[in-house]
Design a protein around this ligand. Sequence first.
Ligand SMILES: C[S@@+](CC[C@H](N)C(=O)[O-])C[C@H]1O[C@@H](n2cnc3c(N)ncnc32)[C@H](O)[C@@H]1O
Length: 234
Amino acid sequence: MIYGEIDLDDELIRENMMGPNAVRILEEMTRDMDLRKGMRVLDLGCGRGLTSIYLARKFGVTVYATDLWISATENFNRFKELGLDHLIIPIHAEAHELPYAEGFFDFIISVDSFHYFGHEEGYLDKHLAPLLKKGGQIHVGVPGLRKEFDEGVPEEMRPFYQLDYNFHTCEWWKAHWEASDLVKDIRCREIECHEQAWEDWLSCDNEHAIQDRPMMEAEGGKYYNTVSLHAIRK
Ligand SMILES: C[S@@+](CC[C@H](N)C(=O)[O-])C[C@H]1O[C@@H](n2cnc3c(N)ncnc32)[C@H](O)[C@@H]1O
């Protein structure tokens, strides 16, 4: 399938997806972003590196494909097979102990992983924003909510939704980042391809996708969205 003029093999996507189609979400997120060859980009929580592959192919940027659950060796072998190991550097790291110099990155991208750690108070200023150079950009896409579950998790979602999912609304995430001293010009919006990204995931035969099917049937398009958050390093 073609994503923003880049042809990515459907098999590659299906075999390496770990949630709603991250390449589809990233393609929408990066449509108006000024990513240029030679820039250094951190792809945080890259999983099996599909988003890193897209960034390297589409923009010729140098990507630091960083993940916890997937080993650097597994990702390196995939990048090498695709002839992209000169542009993508696989790193195995935990989001609170990122092994990078302050001011090193032009961009930080994170798709479908920020909610595992980025909801923590102070995370952005303590662990992530310092790694961006001044004027650098951070752009995150996360599963979110149309409306906060303030009055409790809706009954039909109770068998599926756990509080540690940390799904939140655009407004919640915007307020969360507004507490930062290091970023400015925070923009937040809903991703338009949300439904299609979930359909791509639910239709693949990954065991986790199969487990997600009853949850998304109960959800029925009423509660979830995908949140896009963007800010600039002061
Ligand atoms: C649902 S998967 C999504 C992977 C990939 N972004 C994608 O969309 O295909 C979430 C990813 O977040 C990463 N992750 C979760 N907690 C993390 C942490 N504390 N530090 C680094 N990565 C983390 C996991 O390693 C996992 O690959």
